[in-house]
Design a protein around this ligand. Structure first.
Ligand code: LMR
Length: 401
């Protein structure tokens, strides 16, 4: 039996990681990669954090074993992850009603979450914000879920339309799953405020919805603790929900694939029961998780001095991202480019969505070697003193005609 004919019809490159490949093979020295959500410093490098290097030295010296980890990873890692999600002494953790499984990155957590829900007979529908991370729809579709969307932005494309979002969520069926971005919404950089999160929580309770919270940028918005405020609000609403954490960005451990799926249930018994099904989802996918990256995260989070160092390093990345965002908006406004750029200033995290059309995005790449995602999502961390002016000149050209 030959390969299925569709396998011989090449698929389109990935809308984000495919651009990194194209960027790498672009010979122009002036090229600028504002596409993939990876932090770079002023020299354009993605450094290994000093806290990570220190943790790795300790791990190496301890010369531990490389035997299999438990299917859900180490218990100490799970507790460390929950310490990022909930303040010390929070009722969810003291009641033992949250369980955590280590996963390969945030994407691994999302896929395990989908498998867990399907295998335990949850309704198949998941609601995603429009727009959302381009991998969300294909991930949930390929897992076997039906994807629907809820509106997120108003007509200007620069602000949240909370009323439209909530109105659509009120039409969801009981048991439907709804995906939210905990902070630093990808691709818009626009987050609900606390009052809107409370309204979201109320609608989820009223309609009996199950939230999945994608938490890939903790610490890149207002702070590590501050960015978790949405999680505390959903817990206060009395909901059961899932959180998919990624440590690619805030620990700069992109290539190590470190993440976690946390399930918050009504009580400890329900949480432990849910974990038994998560184990099956993991065992059937990749058996058990890789150790190294998670060991680094656990070592840092469980050592008060290393944790302090890491928090300062995250604060440093956040400050650079914010500075870049402000410099970008200043440059756009100074260039007298038509458009309302001011709202971009208050947005959070790595991304800003410029609202470009396909041809403008293609021209940026073709004529200027400036790589951006989809409808003009730029990674503001990618700006340097050297490339910012060139990017704004390129934008002026493609927006002028
Ligand atoms: C992004 O949105 O650029 C990141 O989350 C990287 C990825 O895997 O797409």
């Amino acid at each position: 039996m030959p390969l299925p004919s569709r396998a011989l019809d090449p698929a389109a490159p990935d809308p984000i990681l495919g651009l990194t490949e194209a960027f790498r093979s672009d010979p122009r020295e002036s090229r600028v990669n504002l596409a993939v959500g990876v932090y770079v410093d002023e020299t354009g490098r993605t450094p290994v954090l000093p806290s990570v290097l220190a943790a790795e030295r300790r791990i190496l010296e301890a010369a531990g074993s490389r035997t299999y980890l438990p299917i859900e990873g180490r218990a100490a890692y799970g507790a460390a992850v929950r310490s990022l999600l909930f303040p010390i002494g929070h009722e969810v953790t003291t009641a033992g009603r949250a369980v955590t499984a280590q996963t390969p990155g945030g994407t691994g957590a999302l896929r395990v979450a989908a498998d867990f829900l399907l295998q335990t007979g949850n309704p198949r529908t998941i609601w995603l914000s429009q727009p959302t991370w381009p991998n969300h729809p294909q991930l949930f579709r390929l897992a076997g879920m039906d994807v629907r969307t809820y509106p997120y932005l108003d007509a200007t494309g620069r602000r949240l339309d909370a009323d439209a979002m909530l109105a659509t969520l009120r039409t969801a069926e009981p048991g439907d799953v709804v995906l939210f971005h905990a902070a630093c919404h990808n691709p818009t950089g626009i987050d609900p405020d606390a009052a809107t999160w409370r309204a979201i929580g109320n609608v989820a309770v009223e309609r009996d919805l199950l939230p999945i919270v994608d938490f890939a940028y903790q610490g890149f918005g207002d702070g590590i603790r501050e960015d978790a405020a949405s999680i505390a609000i959903l817990a206060e609403a009395g909901l059961e929900f899932l959180v998919c954490s990624s440590f690619s960005k805030n620990f700069a451990l992109y290539a190590e694939r470190v993440g976690a799926l946390t399930i918050v249930a009504r009580d400890a018994e329900r949480a432990e029961a849910a974990l038994t099904h998560v184990r099956i989802a993991i065992r059937a996918n990749y058996s058990n998780p890789p150790a190294h990256g998670a060991q680094i995260v656990e070592t840092i989070l469980c050592d008060p001095a290393l944790r302090d160092d890491w928090e300062l390093e995250v604060a440093g990345m956040r400050a650079r991202i914010r500075g870049n965002r402000a410099a970008f908006v200043d440059a756009l406004e100074a260039s007298a480019l038509p458009g309302d750029w001011e709202p971009l200033r208050g947005q959070r995290g790595m991304f800003a969505l410029l609202g470009l059309d396909q041809e403008q995005v293609a021209r940026l790449r073709r004529e200027f070697g400036v790589y951006v995602v989809g409808a003009g999502r730029v990674n503001v961390a990618g700006f340097t003193r050297d490339n910012l002016g060139r990017v704004v000149t390129a934008l002026s050209a493609v927006l002028a005609h």
